[in-house]
Design a binder for this molecule. Structure first.
Ligand SMILES: *Cc1c(COP(=O)(O)O)cnc(C)c1O
Length: 404
């Protein structure tokens, strides 16, 4: 038997039938597969952030979960939305004022730049070339573009699942060239919004985040100094992780908050009036989502028991281990009507796709399950429905339900 990751706190103590946002999972699962997102859990994460990081803006990076019905609920809880494509910009503009939207990401097409400039969203420019195009397009439109400079930092987030700093990068402008670009943007008459410094993702080590944030603040101060200008806003990045796998320990965000408050108090930019923000995706939404899939077949093969479900990596690629993980490990799964039940057998939970990659649970311990029963895959609120190859093998998309 192989271990599974820990259940999110909101589900860990449940027994009997799983409930999500106070309703029995079986009642949510009239059509399977289904993602159910409990907005109450997201609200609890936001509250925890507010308590731990007073005075720091909270942005939601919508690529973690861009479902419009979810965004509608999350937008009023946060100070800004971060988008990474023209499509996401449109989605965000439906629920948030452009002034509170920033658009990062390499390779922005002219049409995307125009959309952001017209709307009045902030473009986090990823290169000098992109900045020049934004300046030219702003001039042609007769609109002053709002431009922040994304910095390719000379620091990286230690222990993060996905490093995005400290090396050659498609993201951001190398720190040594940032001051010159800021001067250029300001001289061209654009509205310079500050810096965007993002060093990595999925970090559970508070010490690593504390170090990175301190280095990020120091870098922002140094770059402002070099440019001879005060950044109105510094987006300090995010990278807060969630425990997906056995042995993962939740991030101590309160410890990060205490350290950041001290670093902010010490930073010269603070007294001069710079505001700070943190952009979070998965930490806000991952634990709020449950993917419900029904067992279609139960079969034995050469001593192994397979529970074949009606959904798999076509909807929840990350749980199959094929989205940015090197070694496949099990997400937390449960048999929906026997939460807390003792493991009676070792089974593999596999989806309906014709590929051996389609495995949601590899030799896990579950109570005895039969065809018709529901399986819950937890941590499905981020990088699930929108980050999975839904067209692969032609099954219908999953239902997505915003609950609570
Ligand atoms: C993907 C991304 C995020 C969100 O990452 P999470 O790990 O979901 O918090 C935030 N900022 C930028 C720039 C990103 O590319």
């Amino acid at each position: 038997m192989k271990p599974m990751g820990p259940l999110p706190a909101e589900f860990a103590e449940q027994s009997g039938m799983l409930t999500i946002a106070g309703t029995r999972a079986e009642d949510w699962a009239t059509a399977t597969p289904a993602f159910v997102y409990d907005v109450g859990i997201i609200a609890a994460r936001v509250e925890r952030f507010r308590a731990a990081f007073p005075g720091i803006d909270l942005h939601y990076a919508i690529k973690a979960n861009p479902l419009p019905a979810l965004l509608e609920r999350v937008a009023p809880m946060v100070d800004g939305l971060d988008v990474a494509s023209g499509g996401e910009l449109e989605t965000a503009l439906a629920v948030m004022s452009a002034r509170s939207i920033s658009f990062a990401g390499p390779g922005k097409r002219d049409a995307e730049l125009i959309g952001a400039i017209r709307a009045g969203a902030t473009l986090n420019v990823e290169s000098e070339g992109e900045a020049e195009r934004a300046l030219r397009l702003g001039e042609e439109l007769g609109v002053t573009p709002r431009l922040a400079v994304r910095v390719n930092p000379d620091v990286e987030l230690r222990g993060s699942g996905m490093k995005m700093g400290g090396r050659p990068s498609p993201f951001g402008v190398d720190a040594v060239r940032v001051a010159a670009l800021v001067r250029r943007i300001v001289d061209a008459g654009a509205d310079w919004r500050g810096f965007h410094i993002y060093a990595g993702s999925q970090a559970l080590d508070a010490g690593a985040i504390i170090e990175t944030q301190a280095a990020t603040l120091a870098l922002a101060a140094r770059l402002g100094d070099e440019a001879g200008l005060l950044p109105p806003f510094v987006n300090l990045g995010g990278g807060f992780g969630v425990p997906y796998f056995s042995g993962d320990v939740p991030l101590d965000v309160e410890r990060v908050g205490v350290a950041l408050a001290a670093a902010v108090a010490d930073c010269d930019l603070t007294a001069a009036g710079t505001r700070y923000g943190i952009e979070l995706g998965r930490w806000l939404v991952a634990e709020a989502g449950v993917y419900l899939t029904r067992i279609v077949d139960r079969k034995e093969s050469q001593g192994e028991t397979f529970l074949v479900t009606d959904g798999g990596l076509n909807h929840q690629l990350a749980a199959s281990g094929n989205f940015g993980t090197v070694v496949r490990r099990n997400y937390p799964l449960a048999l929906v009507h026997e939460m807390g039940g003792a493991a009676a057998e070792t089974v593999s939970v596999v989806g309906p796709l014709c590929t051996p990659l389609d495995r949601l649970g590899d030799r896990i311990g579950l109570p005895r399950a039969e065809a018709g029963d529901l399986i819950a895959v937890f941590l499905a609120g981020a990088y699930g429905a929108s980050a999975s190859p839904t067209a692969f093998l032609g099954h219908p998309p999953a239902t997505e339900i915003v609950a609570g």
